[in-house]
Structure formats: structure tokens, C-alpha cells
Design a protein around this ligand. Structure first.
Ligand SMILES: NC(=O)C1=CN([C@@H]2O[C@H](COP(=O)(O)OP(=O)(O)OC[C@H]3O[C@@H](n4cnc5c(N)ncnc54)[C@H](OP(=O)(O)O)[C@@H]3O)[C@@H](O)[C@H]2O)C=CC1
Ligand SMILES: Nc1nc(=O)c2c([nH]1)NC[C@@H]1CN(c3ccc(C(=O)N[C@@H](CCC(=O)O)C(=O)O)cc3)C=[N+]21
Length: 288
């Protein structure tokens, strides 16, 4: 039997409807419109697509949005000065610096992200927000991609409590925060990476398998326990117009119980949760 397809489109539209209501309520009660600023440095074509998607979704939900394009030779100091300007602007509640940064300033990524005021850090990458997630303090920002995966699992009523969740990938953006979120929901969490032994066996023991590797077709059907839930975070462009995930979807769909497609999966949830984080940021700043 073929798996249930967890459509990012359907869940994202559910979350966006929810966001729209909150935007209206903020307007009515406090006369504020949540505002998001996205900074894009250089000319990465994929980044441009994502940033446009974010801008369009803001319009759809009623969030004010600004896209700030800076040249590829922008220095760390210039970028931090721009971030500072946004930190002080009251109508901007969320700030996102699109990654990856140009090579010349890649090494400065941590300093740059740390310059964002934690209350405006809608990516949830600032150490203060990372720490809050780690200790279970719920007034921080949760990184959009893992947050979207969690909300989708909950909305689809997939059991997390006591489940074995295996995450392949340990990045600060996806793998590690995904592990923390699932742990907080009482999953037993295993995080795998490029040094993991017996990857296939570990994956096969997963009730929930999250793939965040960045390699096309890395997770094959024989690595999936029959009936498991498979979340494919990977975005791999294998031809100009062909996007695939990390999971060999066509074969995996015959083994899994539920599975997310690529495209049309987790990517759309990431953007929906960015909207929610911007709203949460506006609410947090209201309380300050
Ligand atoms: N859908 C969305 O919204 C988003 C999608 N993505 C996509 O998700 C994917 C992962 O992104 P990100 O986490 O940033 O990627 P990173 O490159 O930062 O991390 C990849 C992880 O995969 C691990 N890995 C690599 N090769 C292997 C292997 N052979 N066996 C086991 N583990 C391995 C690495 O291990 P090690 O640490 O040992 O090197 C690393 O932890 C990418 O395709 C990216 O484009 C990312 C963000 C959002
Ligand atoms: N500071 C920062 N925050 C991020 O959240 C961030 C980032 N940098 N850098 C890159 C990754 C990747 N990411 C995606 C967002 C949307 C889709 C998305 O919309 N995907 C659609 C369509 C994609 C397409 O057609 O190209 C889909 O999967 O159906 C994918 C990936 C956010 N990221």
C-alpha cells in the first residue's frame, strides 16, 4: 500500500490562514502590522527564488515586508550596520539574513547573525534563541524548518510521544533544532551524521525519519521501517528545472506510512512558519 502524502501545500495553507487571523487581530487590538526585513547579499539564484517566495507570502498573509539587496562585496561591517538600523526600526519586527552568505564573509556568519536582536531573530539562529530552545523556555524563536516539520506532524496527528525519531543531519539550521523539538515532545531522538556507523540499521528503526543531508536519493526504501513517517527536508537541484529531496521518493512511498514530497513539502512549511515567527516577534515586542 502506498503511503499517505503529507502535502506541504495543504498544511502551509492551513498555517497561513491561522497567521492571517492573528495579523487581523493585532491590527484590531493594537493597530500594528507585523513587519519583516529580509537581507540578501550577492546574487545566489536559489536565494532569490526563496526570498521572492517569502515576500509573496508576506503579502498574502498581510505582513509588511522589505527585501534589502546588498552587493556581493558587502563587508561584515556594512552588513552589521544595516542589521543595526533594522534592530532600531520599530515597524520591523523580524530580521532574516538569507544564507548562504558570499564566500568573502562566510567566516563571519556567526558574528553577523549574532548582531540581530534576539527579539527580532525570526530564523531562531541567535545563541539566545538556541539556548531557549535547548532548555525548553517557550518565549524564544524556533528555526522555521524544524518548527514547520513539528507543526505538520502534530496537525497530521502522527504520534511523537515515545516514538523513535531518527534525524540524518546535524546542522544548526535543521538537524540539531529538529532533535530538540522532538525530544521536547517526548520522542527518543537519534541524530546521525557523516561519521555514523550502521546508518541503514538506525534509520530502519525509526518511527519518524527526518532527512536533512543535502544529497539526492540518499535515503533509499531499504532504510525505512514499513509504516514509518518520512520527512524529507532536502532540496537538491539536479537539473535546471528538476528539484528532488534526500529521499528516493518513488520507492520510499511504497514502504513508508506517510511521507513528504519535494517540491511541495517542507519548503512551503518553512515559509509559513517564518510568517508565524514574524507575528510571534511582533507580539513579543509589544510586551516589552
Ligand atoms: N526545505 C527547507 O525549507 C530547507 C531545506 N534545506 C535543505 O536541507 C538539506 C540539509 O540542509 P543543512 O542542514 O543546511 O545542510 P548541511 O550541509 O549543513 O548539513 C548536512 C548534514 O548531513 C550530514 N551528512 C552528509 N553526508 C552524510 C552521509 N553520507 N551520511 C550521513 N550524514 C551525512 C552532514 O554530516 P556532518 O555534520 O558529519 O558533516 C551534516 O550534518 C539541504 O538539501 C538543504 O538545501 C535546508 C534548510 C531549509
Ligand atoms: N536565513 C535563512 N533562513 C532560511 O530559512 C533559509 C536560508 N537562510 N537559506 C536557504 C534555506 C532553504 N530554505 C527554503 C525555503 C523555501 C523553500 C521552498 O519554498 N521550496 C518550495 C519550492 C522551491 C523551488 O521551486 O525552488 C518547495 O519545496 O516546494 C525551500 C527552501 C530556507 N532557507
Amino acid at each position: 500500500m502506498s503511503a499517505q502524502i503529507l502535502s506541504g501545500k495543504i498544511f502551509a495553507s492551513e498555517f497561513k490562514e491561522e497567521a492571517k487571523k492573528q495579523v487581523l487581530a493585532l491590527k484590531e487590538q493594537y493597530n500594528i502590522t507585523p513587519g519583516l526585513a529580509v537581507i540578501i547579499v550577492g546574487e545566489n539564484p536559489a536565494s532569490k527564488v526563496y526570498v521572492n517566495n517569502k515576500h509573496r507570502t508576506c503579502e498574502e498573509v498581510g505582513i509588511y515586508s522589505e527585501v534589502i539587496s546588498m552587493p556581493a562585496d558587502t563587508t561584515k561591517e556594512q552588513l552589521i550596520a544595516k542589521i543595526d538600523e533594522l534592530n532600531y526600526r520599530q515597524e520591523i519586527h523580524g530580521i532574516l539574513v538569507q544564507l548562504p552568505l558570499p564566500e568573502a564573509i562566510t567566516k563571519e556568519e556567526a558574528d553577523i547573525l549574532n548582531a540581530i536582536c534576539p527579539l527580532k531573530d525570526v530564523d531562531g539562529f541567535h545563541p539566545v534563541n538556541v539556548g531557549k530552545l535547548m532548555i525548553g523556555q517557550d518565549d524564544g524563536m524556533i528555526p522555521c524548518t524544524p518548527y514547520g516539520c513539528l507543526k505538520m506532524l502534530q496537525s497530521a496527528k502522527i504520534n511523537i510521544d515515545g516514538a523513535h525519531a531518527v534525524i540524518v543531519g546535524r546542522s544548526n539550521i535543521v538537524g540539531k533544532p529538529m532533535g530538540q523539538l522532538l525530544l521536547a515532545q517526548n520522542a527518543t531522538v537519534t541524530i546521525c551524521h557523516s561519521h555514523t556507523h550502521n546508518l541503514k540499521e538506525i534509520c530502519r528503526s525509526a518511527d519518524i525519519l527526518v532527512a536533512a543531508v543535502g544529497r539526492p536519493h540518499f535515503i533509499t526504501a531499504d532504510m525505512i521501517k514499513p509504516g514509518a513517517t518520512v520527512i524529507d527536508v532536502g532540496i537538491n537541484r539536479i537539473a535546471p528545472k528538476k528539484l528532488v529531496g534526500d529521499v528516493d521518493f518513488d520507492n520510499a512511498v511504497e514502504v513508508a506510512g506517510a511521507i513528504t514530497p519535494v517540491p511541495g513539502g517542507v519548503g512551503l512549511l518553512t515559509i509559513a512558519m517564518l510568517m508565524q515567527n514574524t507575528i510571534n516577534a511582533a507580539k513579543l515586542q509589544l510586551a516589552k
